[in-house]
Design a protein around this ligand. Structure first.
Ligand code: SF4
Length: 390
């Protein structure tokens, strides 16, 4: 492998595994009074944080690299893992680098986590970001515009300086470019998944949680060029699959590698949605808060934690299968993730109506054993290839 690609991949892996947020600390150390604001997965308007001169930091729990000692005392043992590992990160001082924390309305667990944060860290800025579930401009739009305004004022106070409309327009342009690069990388992977394996692409995109967006955009571009030039990445006879259910608690990297080793080429997924939530460019002119409001209403990702009118659930998944020429879907949800598991039967129904095969299993971010998943995914991959040849 090209040594530059090896070193780029080593770096993004280190960033993903670094529970001390060293990159964020280094960014803060480069200037005086620099601040960083964390947020849980799914959408928050990162542009607002950036326009106030602060660094938005995606917090995705601790994966399989931290023993949960105190975090278990805060949540029931049967729920998903990410809130416990996030509390553990905070109680062990690893999140002290964050000057504020935003909790988007993903589910009740995250709502409760935001309440605990307030009690545990009363001196830090905390906000529950109630993203709208109504997509009409009169109702959801009016509500969201007001929320954005409040958040914008809060962030200006936290930063110690008000960001103006020009700064916000410039941040919108920077994030447009970043999301465009991620979209193009996803499209490139869909065309040639053997050039951009999901296990690599995931880490490269994930680095955007801790790097400034300008730096992340350059990293994405460089990875795309280097991977495209890499000799030996030839087309393979693997099954093309879409992975769904991974929008909040992230699966361990080993799980993505296991799917690949089991003969699956992941051609689309719902990993790291917070970094690519808006599917179209936000206009860079006009009133920037109005533009962000309209973008949320008209070009948000569809996912389990957002309301969908009756009968529309699953349309996006069928479209993704068709657009990416996938042969099947793997439902891969965190153990006891209510939104993902409650949505699954509706998605299955949508797939069944189109005769699209699927399989399903659950994971936990701290699971390291994948033998059963490998067998199941391998059997699924073999069977969809057999069906497609029949
Ligand atoms: S993994 Fe699912 S249940 Fe857990 S916090 Fe995320 S959305 Fe909520």
């Amino acid at each position: 492998m090209n040594p530059e690609l090896t070193s780029l991949l080593d770096r993004v892996r280190e960033l993903a595994e670094d529970l001390d947020f060293t990159a964020v600390r280094a960014w803060k150390d480069e200037g005086t009074d620099r601040k960083a604001v964390g947020h849980m997965p799914i959408y928050v308007p990162r542009e607002l944080i950036h326009a106030c001169g602060m660094l938005p930091v995606g917090v995705l729990g601790a994966g399989d690299r931290l023993e949960i000692i105190r975090g278990d005392a805060y949540f029931q043992s049967y729920i998903c893992h990410i809130p416990r590992s996030t509390i553990e990160l905070a109680l062990t001082g690893r999140l002290d680098v964050l000057d504020g924390m935003l909790f988007p309305s993903i589910c009740d667990v995250i709502r409760n986590l935001s309440g605990m944060w307030r009690m545990l860290f009363p001196e830090r800025y905390v906000r529950y970001v109630d993203v709208p579930q109504n997509f009409s401009s009169e109702v959801g739009g009016t509500f969201w515009r007001r929320e954005l305004e409040q958040l914008w004022n809060d962030l200006a106070k936290l930063a110690g300086r008000a960001g103006g409309d020009d700064e916000l327009r410039s941040s919108i342009a920077i994030y447009n470019e970043n999301r465009r690069e991620i979209r193009e990388l996803y499209e490139a992977r869909s065309r040639e998944p053997w050039v951009y394996p999901a296990s690599e692409l995931y880490l490269v995109v994930r680095a955007g949680n801790v790097l400034p967006p300008e730096e992340h955009t350059l990293l994405l571009r460089r990875y795309r060029d280097l991977a495209a030039q890499e000799p030996g990445r030839h087309e393979q006879d693997l099954s093309r699959v879409v992975v769904v259910g991974t929008f909040c608690e992230q699966p361990p990297l080993g799980l993505l590698l296991t799917l690949e080793r089991a003969g699956c080429s992941i051609v689309d997924d719902d990993l790291l949605l917070g970094l690519r939530w808006l599917t179209e460019e936000v206009p860079e002119d006009g009133d920037p808060l109005d533009r962000l409001t309209a973008a949320y209403l008209t070009s948000s990702c569809e996912t389990a934690s957002v309301y969908q009118p009756e009968g529309r659930r699953g349309g996006w998944l069928v479209e993704s299968v068709q657009h990416n020429r996938a042969e099947g879907v793997i439902f891969c949800a965190p153990s006891f993730c209510d939104p993902a598991l409650l949505e699954q039967p509706m998605l299955v129904e949508a797939l069944a109506a189109e005769g699209i095969p699927h399989t399903q299993f659950k994971y936990s971010e701290n699971t390291g054993q994948f033998a059963v998943i490998r067998e199941q995914a391998g059997t699924f991959s073999d069977s969809i290839r057999l069906w497609s040849e029949a």
